[in-house]
Design a protein around this ligand. Sequence first.
Ligand SMILES: CCCCC/C=C\C/C=C\C/C=C\C/C=C\CCCC(=O)SCCNC(=O)CCNC(=O)[C@H](O)C(C)(C)COP(=O)(O)OP(=O)(O)OC[C@H]1O[C@@H](n2cnc3c(N)ncnc32)[C@H](O)[C@@H]1OP(=O)(O)O
Length: 218
Amino acid sequence: MTSSPESGWAVPADADSPHEGGFRARMDITTDRGGPRYGEFSEEIRRLMDLARYACPTPEITDELIDQVRALNKRLEDVQIDEWRSPAGTRIDLPARGNITLPPYEISEGGPDGVVASVTFRPFHLGGNDAAHGGHVAVAFDDLGGMASALAVQGITRTAYLTVSYRSLTPLRTPLRMHTWVENLDGRKAFVKGTLHDGDRLCADLDALFIALKPGQP
Ligand SMILES: CCCCC/C=C\C/C=C\C/C=C\C/C=C\CCCC(=O)SCCNC(=O)CCNC(=O)[C@H](O)C(C)(C)COP(=O)(O)OP(=O)(O)OC[C@H]1O[C@@H](n2cnc3c(N)ncnc32)[C@H](O)[C@@H]1OP(=O)(O)O
């Protein structure tokens, strides 16, 4: 029997939710949701994705894995909550705020000169030829560009456009340096630039516009 893909999806926000338009009425930045070992849990999920990406199981092992993953999914279905209160995305003590859907990064600088982070694309971010998928590079730029603009406007911003130029292959399994900064702030518009380097080699650069949301703006 296959499980429905919708089961356990999208828990709607309730009356206690801090959600208000595109803003978080309360910035619920946490370091304790999911417990002290939540980072280890996230890392095991990434490892699962890495191993699954390159696995070639026998039909018998596929049968066995389906049962095991279904049991894990059933356990996770029991602890679903809305996006505003899940540890993934709000655990600022963990790589990429604990958000397992982002390429894991660790921020070393964040301020008026923008954001500097070490980003490591994992085996599951493979595009081809042992290099990162360009879409995943754009995801990292979107998040860290969004962070640079949020710092500059002191509020939540949304991507209006995002252009990535791929200058050379982006390696997997290698700590890379991503820098994003606001080049020009014009009212609600934050024009953001960014670079991604492997040592001295430029892998990609960013040209993006982020717009500060108005209070209550959906
Ligand atoms: C819970 C706590 C978590 C803890 C977090 C800890 C710290 C948090 C800190 C920071 C956050 C961290 C990271 C950030 C994370 C993620 C970033 C990812 C962001 C995204 O991934 S987000 C999804 C993709 N994104 C969309 O889904 C956008 C869909 N879209 C819209 O929502 C609207 O379209 C919007 C809002 C963009 C604008 O709409 P609007 O109505 O507000 O404004 P309007 O249209 O009037 O534009 C105002 C001025 O921008 C110009 N303008 C607009 N668009 C333009 C374009 N494309 N090109 C050139 N100019 C443009 C206009 O021409 C005008 O210019 P002017 O004022 O000069 O006339």
